[in-house]
Design a protein around this ligand. Structure first.
Ligand SMILES: C[S@@+](CC[C@H](N)C(=O)[O-])C[C@H]1O[C@@H](n2cnc3c(N)ncnc32)[C@H](O)[C@@H]1O
Length: 216
């Protein structure tokens, strides 16, 4: 019988955040998403590419990328000081290569808070938490404005799979709609590279995420 897919978070509550971070340790398909996004960054062919991550959370993708590529510089944007503390712990010595920026993606001035112009903006499992389609479309528009010509946006996030009878929280919506929003933001050739952990019949809130990429 169809049900509902969604999750409630308390991003500013230390106990919730630490419990969540310990349950969320990346699985094999999640690591595959990190590798895919890193490959897209490396395809830019830019020395010392500056990567901004939107919603760094516990820092699992940040650590994955910084360990494998010693050339990139990294800016971790989040609105939760508690998550930033956890990210610093996850990153350990790598923290010295990371700038932390506290900003709310619901506020349209977040790009002005960045320390440096990004060559790539990346994100995983964060934008759906903005609570709807319009906030995601707004973030895509701000990313287009913030990136230089040729700059990369890569968003790995939960989606609503085509063909499902289940209801999804509003921040999880169809890949085609993401592509529409990316085009409307100005990106010429947005695409989805993969749909990971697909499950239409009996999905959990941790399944069905896509890797959306667009180049300015
Ligand atoms: C699932 S975590 C991201 C996990 C991360 N990609 C990783 O690999 O560890 C989502 C993050 O998005 C952040 N977030 C949610 N809403 C936000 C907002 N409006 N502005 C900034 N960050 C936000 C949360 O605080 C949380 O740290």
């Amino acid at each position: 019988m169809p049900g509902f897919v969604g999750a409630q978070h308390e991003f500013h509550d230390a106990e919730f955040v630490r419990g969540w971070a310990s349950r969320f340790v990346p699985t094999e398909p999640r690591l595959q998403l990190f590798d895919m996004i890193l490959k897209e960054v490396e395809k830019l062919g830019k020395a010392q590419a500056h990567v901004v991550e939107l919603g760094t959370g516990p820092g699992y993708m940040a650590r994955h990328m910084l360990e494998r590529n010693t050339d990139i510089t990294f800016e971790a944007l989040d609105f939760s000081d508690v998550f930033m503390d956890v990210a610093r712990e996850t990153l350990g010595d790598l923290t010295s290569r990371v700038t932390f920026t506290n900003a709310d993606l619901m506020q349209q001035d977040w790009p002005q808070k960045l320390n440096q112009k990004p060559d790539a903006i990346v994100s995983t499992w964060a934008l759906h938490d903005l609570g709807g389609q319009q906030p995601v479309a707004d973030v895509y528009a701000r990313c287009f404005e913030a990136l230089p010509a040729g700059g990369l946006l890569a968003n790995g996030d939960f989606i609503k799979p085509d063909g499902t009878d289940w209801d999804y929280e509003p921040g999880r919506f169809e890949i085609d709609r993401h592509i529409e929003f990316l085009r409307a933001a100005g990106f010429a050739d947005p695409k989805s590279l993969i749909h990971l952990e697909p499950n239409i019949e009996d999905p959990t809130a941790a399944q069905n995420y896509a890797c959306l990429v667009a180049q300015r």
